[in-house]
Design a protein around this ligand. Structure first.
Ligand code: ATP
Ligand code: MG
Length: 603
């Protein structure tokens, strides 16, 4: 078994010529594949051998020799040749499967790893269905290329040569006249190759559209149902499906069209061969036995010619699919370990200085506009601002999910871009605005971010801090409860708290809580904040929240509007200034007072 000791770098096999690229992809498997091809050729040669024996047998019969002498030998030869053919067919099938499965395993692994290492910007602009399509259907087309097409091509060439050799040994003129159709067949298949490649590519593109539609529909099934839009979705899907049907029809019609043309050519060649052979026999140029052997053999020279065309045409799918895979592979990975600066202690303190930092998402207008502020290690920085004001975007810059476009941003006095991304991500814990949990047990979800053995007590402590410990214990399987598809469906607030526990367990020096308590009630939020107060000690914490209550204690409050910081300071200063902060504070205080009064009245 060929094992890829280190990850086989498929990026190094990229070449403008896809065949060359595939050849490089075969590295480590070439010898096996070659043996597979040769074996298939041997198997074919042994089959031809049986026809030769047949020819000799008939000649002897016609000459009224004492054939009883031959019969045992003929029988034995037949048996031996047939067995050899079987053995070599088996060897070849096994080795070809090993090659094709091995290469596609390599390709699939690489693709999976590659896709998860592509940048955030790449994933922003690429649809999930599209990537799934390339990692499955296209990879399978490449598998088929090796399992069937390429080896078939080798076999056919071998077969052709062997059978041509046999034919030449029978009669040179007859043999040469039996293959005059070859250039025509090759020409015809090359014409079809181009057209079928194009048709297949369109078909794959449309299939990706469909997988995307399906994927989106499944992800958004709740929205579809809630808005009772099944009919609308059905029509939309059907439209795309109809399109795929049309593309598929075109692709297969193209194939279907190739056959009659190819069959006319090869059929004509065969009839011509039979005619020629018969004439030569009548004229006494060849013996009857030779003619019979030839008549048996001709199909075995026509067969490779016919299949040569078929394979040239069929190879188009593998090549097109490989091209589609290469498009993904060509994308640059996010360089995780690239960056020259790592502090000697391997630790960070957590002081940030933003100096006129601006940022725009690729091909989009500016989202952060000259942001300037600074914070000390261990401080709590709160961000406040309307939807779309740029809070999450600002936080995305810290672990280098995206790199800022202009200005200057330092961590502990060093340019943030000098730190390797992996280093930053090890030291910065983020609780995302819409946390994602895997369909695994709660415990596995909580321990996801730590790359070491953790004790149950550590897990419990993180959960307690996130005010989720008791909830988890109330499930029948406790921490082993499966989340998602096959297990419990957690509520929005529970999910958020599991995500907080996950980040806390990681024990990062810098903590980002992006609206992490938006889905929990005021009381739970207060509980979490109490626990966090303790946990936030010694960490620089960024918190995005909408309730002033939860950010009053902050050492620095940033008020964002439309990508700009419009106010910054501490609570007691900010409420004295006229401005957005005071407006929000006044509104929230009013609501709180009204609520309190109502509660008092109802008592
Ligand atoms: N991946 C992205 N690609 C392009 N534009 C984006 C991307 N993410 C966000 N934006 C845009 O950037 C702007 C700021 O978005 P951001 O998510 O930072 O807002 P926010 O302040 O976190 O809002 P909210 O309070 O709703 O979470 C928005 O106009 C949004 O459309
Ligand atoms: Mg946000």
């Amino acid at each position: 078994m060929v094992q890829d000791k280190q990850e086989f770098n498929i990026r190094e096999t990229i070449s403008d010529n896809k065949l060359l690229s595939l050849w490089k992809l075969m590295s480590g498997y070439r010898r096996i594949y070659f043996i597979a091809t040769i074996s298939l050729g041997f198997a074919a040669a042994f089959r031809s051998g049986t026809y030769l024996i047949l020819g000799r047998f008939v000649d002897a019969l016609v000459a009224r020799d004492d054939i009883s002498r031959y019969i045992p030998w003929i029988a034995i030869s037949f048996f031996v040749l047939a067995s050899l053919q079987g053995v070599f067919t088996y060897i070849s099938g096994r080795l070809a499967a090993k090659t094709s499965e091995g290469i596609t395993r390599r390709l699939r692994n690489f693709l999976f790893n590659h896709i998860q290492r592509l940048s955030f910007s790449y994933h922003d602009k690429t649809k999930t269905g599209e990537l799934i399509q390339r990692a499955t259907s296209d990879v399978d087309a490449v598998r088929l290329f090796f399992a069937d097409r390429a080896i078939g091509m080798g076999r056919i060439l071998l077969l052709f040569l062997v059978n041509l050799g046999v034919l030449l040994s029978l009669n040179v003129r007859l043999a040469l006249l039996s293959i005059i159709v070859v250039p025509l067949t090759v020409g015809l298949s090359l014409i079809f190759f181009k057209r079928i490649s194009k048709a297949y590519e369109d078909y794959q593109v449309q299939e990706a559209v469909l997988s995307n539609a399906l994927q989106e529909n499944l992800t958004g099934v709740r929205v579809v149902k809630a808005f009772a839009r099944q009919d609308f979705e059905e029509k939309k899907f059907d439209k795309e499906n109809q399109e795929k049907y049309a593309k598929g029809k075109k692709f297969f019609t193209m194939h279907a069209l190739f056959w009659p043309f190819s069959d006319i050519l090869t059929g004509a060649q065969m009839v011509f061969g039979y005619y020629l052979g018969a004439t030569m026999t009548i004229n006494g140029e060849i013996s009857l036995g030779t003619y019979l052997a030839y008549a048996g053999m001709i199909i075995w020279i026509i067969w490779p010619i016919r299949n040569l065309g078929r394979l040239i045409v069929q190879m188009s799918t593998g090549l097109v699919s490989y091209g589609r895979i290469l498009e993904v592979i060509k994308e640059q990975r996010e360089p995780l370990s690239f960056g020259e600066y790592i502090p000697q202690t391997d630790e960070v303190n957590g002081s940030f200085v933003f100096d006129q930092v601006s940022f725009a998402y690729e091909d989009h207008p500016i989202v952060l506009n000259k942001i300037s502020f600074s914070c000390q290690p261990g401080q709590l920085i709160a961000l406040l601002g309307g939807p779309g004001s740029g809070k999450s975007t600002l936080m995305n810059l810290l672990p280098r999910f995206y790199d800022y476009t202009s200005g200057f941003l330092t961590l502990d006095g060093v340019d943030l871009k000098s730190y390797p991304r992996s280093f930053l991500r090890n030291h910065i814990g983020v609780v995302e605005q819409e946390p994602f949990l895997f369909s695994r047990s709660i415990k596995e979800n909580i321990t996801y971010g730590v790359n070491r053995q953790v004790s149950d007590e550590e897990v419990f402590e993180a959960s307690r801090a996130a005010a989720i410990h008791e909830v988890i214990l109330s499930f029948t399987q406790g921490y082993d409860t499966l989340v998602g598809e096959k297990g419990v469906t957690l509520s929005g607030g529970q999910k958020q708290r599991v995500a907080i526990a996950r980040t806390l367990l990681k024990n990062p020096k810098i903590l980002i809580l992006d609206d992490a308590t938006s889905s929990v009630d005021v009381e739970t939020e207060a509980n979490i904040h109490q626990a966090l107060d303790r946990l936030m000690k010694g960490r620089t914490t960024f918190i995005i929240a909408h309730r002033i209550q939860s950010l009053m204690q902050a050492d620095l409050i940033l008020v964002l509007d439309n990508g700009k910081i419009i106010q910054q300071g501490i609570h007691k200063d900010l409420i004295k200034q006229p401005g957005k902060y005071k407006e929000i504070f006044d509104i929230q205080t009013k609501i709180d007072t009204a609520l309190q009064q109502e509660l008092d009245l109802s008592k």
